[in-house]
Design a protein around this ligand. Structure first.
Ligand code: KIV
Ligand code: ZN
Length: 520
């Protein structure tokens, strides 16, 4: 494939995605997402906004150090201290990129930045030059580009490319663009910015009007060669362009677009989606394109009949091409440790010996409760176990007596640093009683903000996956837990939140808050 036919995928799940209210991840989670993104084959990972907090700085530095193939970007306003922080955080990256931005729309320049257009051009040029002092790969974003005056935008782009920008990104910051207009903007930039062939044109679309994917695709049709997107489309407000949708649209309709995101290992898509959903706590709706639980399920008899005769009658994508594995039976109660290890390896999961022992115990437990064990089940229990090993509190035992017209009685037994702690208590219902028992044992008072449950696979014996959001003394954390017993899943989810809250002080120490609307 010719270089000009490749569309670069710039993933901003760890930056714009993490800006979504309630989506914050701790450093270990960010690292796991970054590793998953590298396996997925994205070209650039925007790992964070280093100046914003000590935690963000450390996460960017950590991701920068670990990534072998993809470039790692750090975001910076067009101010020295931001660029210095990004340059410093990226210093051990193999392929570092500094992404500087500055608003160019009249509304932003007048009301937010209080700068004249001439001042804006100068600040942008100085910022790009300063960033080039650190790295060769500099991206510039004229924030709110889609609402900027076109002639002014051309001048800004020409100036920043001359100053050394290697990628120019055209953000539809507020999700205001419509495909035809946005596509024309990209075409006009190509015809009116004299040095545009010295830079890659990138697009960054928000989904406020539900058009982020359509806008990004139309931009590609008009010459853009980098798409900024997030896994599951998470992000500020209504979110960003969804990675899985845009990648699969380009791949499925290469005949139309004439180019594709050739670096993406599409069978990694579902697994990455699940990981991001797990760490952000944002459930993927069943009808979500590509990664939703129903995306490849055929309910109508006519469709089922057609798919059995010839899958392409109703399937434009083969489920296995995106790693959708919700249909095959994989292992059962007679499967041994080697079979489990082998299956996990095929799913791309490698465990240490200690993790493997615990995962195998949970797998055997599950086989006793559930006839059929699917890949999703394995992923869910392994994710649960791997976490528990590193956690402060683990669940040792649980006894629940409950029913209609009787007060529930529960006994929760937790282990911490080798010591067992047991509490028997009652509550408004069995889950409330369990959570009270955990609070008493751990001495952490949690306020339950949100509770949600969904099944991991289909069938009455499916595992339940519970997600909770809990407020511990002002610290809001998300927890997830799975089991065929929904009360146990609820306990595991709450405990996961307790453990995160315990770890959070070290992993997410914020420095003085930064007002992102500050003048540069
Ligand atoms: O939406 C936006 O404009 C951004 C920029 C920082 C690229 O996220
Ligand atoms: Zn954005």
């Amino acid at each position: 494939m010719a270089k000009e036919d490749k569309v670069l995928i710039f993933d901003t799940t760890l930056r714009d995605g993490e800006q979504a209210p309630g989506a914050s991840m701790n450093q270990r989670e960010k690292m796991e997402v970054a590793l998953a993104l590298e396996r997925l084959g994205v070209d650039v990972i925007e790992a964070g906004f280093p100046v914003i907090s000590k935690g963000d700085f450390e996460s960017v530095a950590m991701v920068a150090k670990k990534m072998k193939n993809c470039a790692v970007a750090g975001l910076a306003r067009s101010v020295k201290k931001d660029i210095d922080a990004a340059g410093e955080a990226l210093k051990s990256a193999r392929h570092p990129r500094i992404h500087v931005f500055l608003a160019t729309s009249k509304i932003h320049m007048e009301h937010k930045l209080r700068k004249t257009p001439e001042e804006i051009i100068q600040i942008a040029v100085d910022a790009v030059k300063h960033a080039r002092g650190y790295v060769e790969d500099v991206e510039f974003s004229p924030e709110d580009a889609s609402r900027s005056d076109k002639t002014f935008l051309y001048r800004v782009l020409e100036a920043v490319i001359k100053a050394g920008a290697t990628t120019v990104n055209i953000p539809d910051t507020v999700g205001y663009a419509v495909p035809e207009q946005y596509g024309k903007l990209i075409a006009d930039i190509r015809s009116n910015v004299p040095n545009i062939n010295k830079a890659v044109i990138s697009v960054h679309c928000h989904d406020d009007l539900g058009m982020a994917v359509a806008n990004s695709l139309t931009a590609v049709k008009n010459g853009a060669r980098q798409i900024e997107c997030t896994v599951n489309g998470i992000g500020e407000r209504a979110g960003n362009c969804s990675l899985e949708e845009v990648v699969m649209a380009l791949r499925t309709r290469q005949d139309y677009f004439g180019c594709t995101a050739s670096g993406i290992v599409t069978p990694e898509i579902c697994r990455t989606s699940r990981l991001v959903s797990k760490y952000t706590g944002f459930l993927v709706p069943p009808n979500k394109s590509i990664v939703g639980g129903n995306a490849f399920r055929h309910e109508s008899g006519i469709h089922q009949d057609g798919v059995l005769k010839e899958p392409t009658t109703y399937e434009i994508i083969r489920p296995e091409d995106v790693g959708f594995s919700g249909v095959g039976l994989v292992l059962g109660k007679h499967s041994g440790r080697a079979a489990l290890k082998d299956r996990l390896k095929k799913l791309g999961i490698e465990l240490s010996d200690e993790e493997m022992v615990r995962a195998f115990d949970r797998f055997k437990d599950l086989c006793d409760k559930k006839k059929e064990v699917f890949d999703e089940d394995l992923i869910a229990i392994v994710e649960d176990e791997v976490h528990e090993i590193k956690d402060l509190w683990t669940l040792e035992a649980l006894k629940v007596v409950s029913g209609m017209n009787i007060a529930p009685q529960v006994t929760v037994c937790l282990k911490s640093s080798g010591k067992r702690h047991e509490k028997t208590t009652t509550g408004d219902g069995p889950i409330d009683a369990c959570y009270l028992a955990i609070d008493e044992i751990t001495k952490m008072k949690g306020e339950l903000l949100n509770y949600g449950i969904q099944s991991v696979t289909q069938g009455k014996d499916a595992q339940g996956e519970v997600r909770v959001r809990v407020n511990f003394n002002g610290q809001k954390v998300m927890g997830i837990g799975t089991s065929t017993d929904v009360i146990e899943a609820s306990v595991r989810a709450y405990l996961n939140a307790v453990n995160k809250a315990c770890a959070i002080t070290t992993s997410k120490t914020k420095t003085a808050p930064v007002d992102l609307g500050l003048q540069p």
